[in-house]
Design a protein around this ligand. Structure first.
Ligand SMILES: NC(=O)C1=CN([C@@H]2O[C@H](COP(=O)(O)OP(=O)(O)OC[C@H]3O[C@@H](n4cnc5c(N)ncnc54)[C@H](O)[C@@H]3O)[C@@H](O)[C@H]2O)C=CC1
Ligand SMILES: O=C(O)C(=O)COP(=O)(O)O
Length: 386
């Protein structure tokens, strides 16, 4: 039996996938695994028993990935599972920036009881006229699961699309419309685009990527959309840009106290992935990945350990080892088994950056001594027997 603690509400459709071998519990201290959405895990006291964290969503900046890697805790996310939800809200953001839907809506609500409202609307509506998206240029920064969908739909809306992603995956490149222009520098996006939309993860290197210098290079009247993370945009720089009307609108799914009340900031309370469909998709994927990991030791879609999949456990036992990516780790692990006359029927080792994961299927259950010897190898942080 494995225990799972949810740090955020997780869709029932996902939780229902847990078999009778799993129990969702309230006590984090008794949990083998955590399911989380945006709850901040930095500084959270976690029990030694914790084996895995599954983020039902894309962004993992709320989770201390390196610290957990050191502890042998595998962190998963659910790539692409909420991308369509975000893409659709980005389209709404583009329309909110290009047409004064909010101004018009507010005016009608405020004057709901006005005498002959239809007539007043016809004389008032000129105050809320806007522009069409067709023919305008848009720069998509980050061409991952969301960025590709946004770029493709903007192309279908008749926009001239520029995409920037120096680390674009083969999968994304295949999915991208041929009509999307490949930008090899951010400057091209900044100088050419009427709309700029951010779809990169929040990391040390992307924080503040839209700052004073970037805004200075942009076209007058640019619209900036942020459906990625608040920290990507420097608040003071955006406020200064809005004050001079260099920036026409800042559409953000991540408002904070600095920007929320400012003129021409269009705020959305982090609703990008808040659709029934995205919530179900993310939860299902997260639960399936957790079960596969806890029961079979397989790692699919981890962000701090390599993906490593030996399929369902069919041998008598499977030993999994989280370790540093150092020379001779496999030699040491297999030498311990060979020394005790254990036959390895299948094995796999993968690495990702500083970390690696080894799976060894053996013909008989390993003794406590074998496991202890493996744990004592320098660089090994966790050994499990399944
Ligand atoms: N508003 C919301 O509710 C949601 C927000 N997000 C945010 O959107 C981000 C992106 O999500 P996905 O597209 O699903 O992730 P993804 O991992 O599929 O795509 C991210 C892309 O950004 C690229 N990238 C990384 N650093 C870059 C840089 N410096 N310049 C240009 N490109 C760079 C990567 O190569 C990758 O292709 C997430 O990390 C999260 O912060 C994601 C889902 C929902
Ligand atoms: O997946 C992401 O990165 C998101 O930002 C969605 O967050 P949420 O699951 O809606 O709290």
């Amino acid at each position: 039996m494995y225990t799972v603690k949810c740090l955020n509400p997780i869709s029932k459709q996902g939780l229902d996938l847990f078999t009778s071998e799993f129990e969702v519990i309230d006590d984090l201290n008794a949990a083998d695994a955590v399911l989380v959405r945006s709850a901040k895990m930095h500084g959270l006291e976690i029990p030694k028993s914790l084996l895995a964290v599954a983020r039902a969503g894309a962004g993992v900046n709320n989770i201390p990935l390196d610290e957990y890697a050191e502890k042998g805790i595998t962190v998963f996310n659910t790539p692409g599972a909420n991308a369509n939800g975000v893409k659709e809200l980005v389209v709404a953001g583009l329309l909110l920036a290009s047409r004064d839907i909010i101004g018009g809506y507010n005016w009608v609500k405020e004057n709901a009881k006005m005498e002959d409202l239809p007539k007043a609307i016809e004389s008032q509506k000129k105050a809320y006229a806007g522009n069409e998206l067709k023919g305008k240029s848009i720069g998509v920064i980050g061409l991952g699961a969301i960025g590709v969908l946004v770029a493709n739909i903007c192309n279908r809306l008749g926009m001239k699309v520029y995409g920037y992603d120096p680390y674009v995956s083969v999968r994304s490149a295949w999915s991208l419309s041929r009509m999307v222009n490949h930008s090899s520098s951010l400057d091209e996006i900044f100088t050419k685009c009427d709309y700029i939309t951010l779809h990169v993860p929040c990391t040390d290197s992307t924080k503040g990527m839209i700052g004073k210098e970037a805004i200075f290079k942009m076209k007058d009247g640019v619209n900036i959309l942020n459906f990625a993370r608040g920290e990507l945009v420097d608040d003071q720089a955006i406020l200064a840009g809005l004050a001079t009307q260099k920036v026409k609108h800042y559409v953000t799914d991540f408002p904070n106290n600095e920007v929320a009340g400012a003129e021409s900031v269009i705020t959305i309370p982090h609703l990008g992935a808040s659709t029934e469909e995205s919530e179900d998709n993310c939860a299902e994927m997260a639960v399936e990945q957790l079960m596969n990991y806890l029961e079979n030791g397989n790692i699919v879609n981890s962000v701090n350990y390599p993906n490593c999949n030996l399929g369902d456990l069919e041998a008598e036992a499977r030993i999994t080892v989280h370790h540093k990516n150092l020379p001779n780790m496999i030699g040491q692990l297999t030498a311990i088994l060979a020394g005790e006359d254990y036959n390895i029927v299948n094995m796999l080792n993968k690495s990702k950056g500083d970390w690696a994961y080894s799976m060894l299927d053996v013909e008989k259950k390993p003794s406590k001594e074998i496991i202890q010897k493996m744990k004592e190898i320098d660089g090994v942080v966790r050994v499990r027997v399944l």
